[in-house]
Design a protein around this ligand. Structure first.
Ligand code: ADP
Ligand code: ADP
Length: 228
């Protein structure tokens, strides 16, 4: 579903963030990118949805070279979940989730009922939370809204950058479990960035271990990683 061939990124100041990266993600698979801070994980993710242009190499998403795709069209098929969610603070939860479907021309009624369903899906009772504002939610609840919003356009691909990073360890474990359960039905193709090896091993069907300098040190199943 996603293939990176010799992908590299050198920023304008000369920082080599990613070096000669080869990676593939199968349809319906969760691949975790893990490694210490600054080793190029977020840069890799952002190259897939073209928030950043690679300096070298090619990225093929569902048969299309992303550098040749229209970025808006491309991002329609990709849900992006980041740590500091980036919910619109002056919009209610329900409107945060409805934004994307409305943008794509769905009717208000359809978008609203779909948004309520999605809130249910991520474990937020819409009767209680739909009309709250983001600041009236806990960190964990905001993350859930972020996931609901990313799912709103029903994209086949989800890119998640430290999606459970901003919450305490108990909530984190709960969100991880819930996401895995959810994913069994969703069957999305997921690339998940984390600096936490436990999370990577737990969530990933395969784990790409990055080393400093944006190099891939290992790409293996959790079983294979733990055996070494
Ligand atoms: P990670 O997600 O693994 O923490 P990043 O992909 O964010 O790593 O960053 C990889 C490297 O690129 C780091 O050394 C970081 O400082 C650098 N970097 C990230 N963004 C920029 C930028 N816009 N300009 C220059 N260097 C950057
Ligand atoms: P968590 O364990 O998920 O981090 P919190 O302790 O942050 O939860 O919040 C507990 C409950 O209080 C949640 O149900 C949340 O919706 C509610 N809550 C948190 N902040 C506010 C607020 N500013 N206004 C109303 N309710 C809030």
């Amino acid at each position: 579903m996603i293939r990176l061939h010799g992908v590299g990124k050198t920023y304008d100041d000369g920082t080599v963030a990613v070096h000669e990266l080869d990676l593939d993600v199968r349809r319906g698979e969760i691949v975790c990118l893990v490694g210490p801070s600054g080793c190029g994980k977020s840069t890799t993710l952002k190259m897939i949805n073209r928030l950043i242009e690679p300096t070298t190499g090619r990225i093929i998403l569902d048969g299309t070279d992303v550098t040749e795709a229209d970025p808006h069209e491309l991002r329609r098929g990709i849900g992006y979940v980041i740590q500091q969610v980036g919910l619109f603070p002056h919009q209610k939860v329900i409107n945060n989730v409805m934004t994307v479907p409305l943008l794509y021309g769905e009717s208000k009624t359809t978008a609203r009922s779909r948004a309520r369903e999605l809130l249910e899906t991520v474990g937020l009772d819409p009767d209680l939370y739909a009309d709250r504002y983001p600041h009236q939610l806990s960190g964990g609840q905001r993350q859930r809204v972020g996931v609901a919003r990313a799912l709103a356009a029903d994209p086949p691909v989800l890119l998640m950058d430290e999606p459970f990073g901003a919450v305490d360890p108990v909530v984190r474990t709960r969100l991880q479990d819930e996401f895995l359960r959810l994913q069994r039905d969703l069957g999305k193709t997921v690339v998940l960035v984390t600096h936490d090896i436990d999370e990577a091993v737990r969530m990933g069907e395969r784990v790409a271990v990055f080393a400093t300098g944006g190099r891939l040190a290992q790409f293996a199943t959790p079983m294979e990683l733990l055996a070494h």
